[in-house]
Design a protein around this ligand. Structure first.
Ligand code: NAD
Ligand code: UGA
Length: 468
């Protein structure tokens, strides 16, 4: 009979491990959930008495308030977490490799491997080990080999793949009501039984018909495929936005018209300054690497183009800013509104704003940045990483971090909207206009503001996917 799970350990208290397992704890009061991480500061933040959690996610604090100390715990004692659990989620980071074989494309599996080895070393009883991290196809095979080669006698390890589909900014609603939960297992008696144990956990709140069970390799590949296809939609709409700007078509109207076709559907068709986030680019590059390793160069080239189009979109936007402002922004002040890769998150990984600011700096402009959630240190860290050859004091001379949109726009020649934060809809543009140098430009990289209204005030407005 399938093991009834009563103790879960999650290795990795990040954007995925934290919210996912906090929600499991909330929905399954009879299961004890311990989330472990090597990063002391992160664990301390999860445990902070005033709920200053390490990540900003709407609704998360409420979940943690209800479950923490009841059946949800955060700890740096990885070994104890492993030892006590029946089921272990591996939810560590899998960034793109920066050096060595596959540098720039392949996923760095070092963290997954270290966590797996730790499990083998510490476990004194059988465990179900669940890949939650996004990994290349067939990683479960390597995990199994490592576990079996290092386990103690009498310890069985069953490996499942259970990729996570939550999006940042909506993590809690996504987890409460997922489109689907995907579980992959070996199609052996033991594999199917382990799969049942994990299904039973989700069945506490997810309708049965939304829990999909498939083979291990399909599950692993489905995660890369889902992200690749979502990103491809954005690159497609962004490619069309370039045609709109050159022809007089309006990308919002085009998206609306094509999205009405039920086969295409209306979601994920918002043109933008380019997609960001920790996963789209990483996972597509991973798929490109997989395709090349399998000697499928045409397949690799097809997916690589999705990332190239995204790079092109960011470059195209920076260039449009410079071109519009009479071919020079040297010495001009530009207000960049938004630094996170999307609204409702403090996450900045691969954010388009980083690329834009780097481009503006290399044109010798001054930049004022404002974001409602991103902390100052993060902005400095991202900007210095993006310009390794530029000394930090030089960057700090050119960039000022502001505490409101109004402050960022004061004395600027142009406003660039990089993130679609709702609060930017409430900006008092009449006031902003008064404080700016003229002509005052607004570059809307997110199709956020009412261009006609801004033009009435006197702004020169340039919008993605619309002619000037
Ligand atoms: P993250 O960097 O926020 O968190 C990973 C955590 O794992 C870090 O806190 C790190 O200290 C910890 N860690 C690393 N090695 C460890 C070890 N050996 N023992 C204990 N702790 C260890 O990453 P994330 O954004 O949560 O992503 C995790 C995985 O989930 C990635 O594979 C990612 O592709 C995937 N994913 C992310 C998202 C997302 O929205 N961010 C969504 C779906 C899937
Ligand atoms: C994405 C997927 O949506 C999740 O299903 C997946 O689990 C996750 O990646 C992951 O594997 O990490 P996320 O990156 O958090 O989630 O956020 P998205 O809402 O997908 O946005 C990604 C980027 O695309 C953002 O920069 C966003 O602004 C941009 N975007 C999104 C557009 O430019 N246009 C759109 O229509 C939608």
């Amino acid at each position: 009979a399938p093991v009834k799970v009563t103790k879960i350990c999650c290795i990795g208290a990040g954007y995925v491990g934290g919210p996912t397992c906090a929600v499991i704890a909330l929905k399954c009061p009879n299961i004890t959930v311990t989330i472990v991480d090597l990063n002391q500061a992160r664990v301390d933040a999860w445990n902070s008495p005033d709920f200053k959690l390490p990540i900003y996610e709407p609704g998360l604090e409420d979940v943690v308030r209800q479950a923490r100390g009841r059946n949800l715990f955060f700890s740096t004692d990885v070994d104890k977490g492993i030892e006590e659990a029946d089921l272990i989620f591996v939810s560590v980071n899998t960034p793109t490799k920066k050096s060595g074989v596959g540098a720039g494309f392949a996923a760095d599996l070092n963290y997954v491997e270290l966590a797996t080895r730790r499990i083998a070393q510490v476990a004194t009883s059988s465990k179900i080990v669940v890949e939650k991290s996004t990994v290349p196809c067939r990683t479960a095979e390597s995990m199994r080999t490592i576990l079996e080669a290092n386990s103690r006698p009498g310890c069985r390890f069953d490996i499942l793949s259970n990729p996570e589909f939550l999006a940042e900014g909506t993590a809690i609603t996504d987890l409460f009501a997922p489109d689907r939960v995907l579980i992959g297992s070996l199609q052996t008696e033991e594999g199917i039984s382990a799969c049942q144990s994990l299904s039973d956990v989700y069945a506490n709140w997810v309708p049965k018909e939304r829990i999909l069970t498939v083979g291990l390799w399909s599950s692993e590949l489905s995660k890369l495929a889902a992200n690749a296809m979502l990103a491809q939609r954005i690159s497609s709409i962004n490619a069309l936005s370039a045609i709109c700007e050159a022809t007089g078509a309006n990308i919002d109207e085009v998206a609306h018209a094509i999205g009405y076709d039920t086969r295409i559907g209306p979601k994920f068709l918002k043109a933008s300054v380019g997609f960001g986030g920790s996963c789209f680019q990483k996972d597509i590059l991973n798929l490109v690497y997989l395709s090349e390793s399998l000697h499928l160069p045409e397949v690799a080239a097809y997916w690589r183009q999705v990332v190239e189009m995204n790079e092109h979109q960011k470059r195209r936007f920076s260039k449009r800013v410079v071109d519009t402002m009479f071919n020079t922004i040297t010495g001009k002040r530009i207000a960049v509104l938004g630094f996170a890769f999307k609204a409702d998150t403090g996450d900045t990984r691969e954010s388009a704003a980083i690329t834009l600011i780097r481009d503006f700096q290399s044109e010798k402009a001054y930049v004022n940045v404002y974001d409602p959630q991103v902390v100052e240190d993060q902005i400095w860290a991202d900007l210095t990483e993006a310009q390794p050859l530029v000394p930090v004091d030089q960057i700090k001379k050119q960039v000022r971090i502001c505490s409101s949109a109004m402050e960022a726009c004061r004395d600027a020649e142009a406003v660039v909207i990089a993130t679609e934060w709702k609060e930017f809809l409430d900006i008092d543009w009449e006031e902003v206009y008064k404080t700016m140098n003229k002509p005052a430009f607004v570059f809307d990289g997110r199709l956020l503001v009412d261009a006609a209204k801004l033009r009435e005030i006197g702004f020169k407005v340039v919008t993605i996917g619309r002619p000037a």
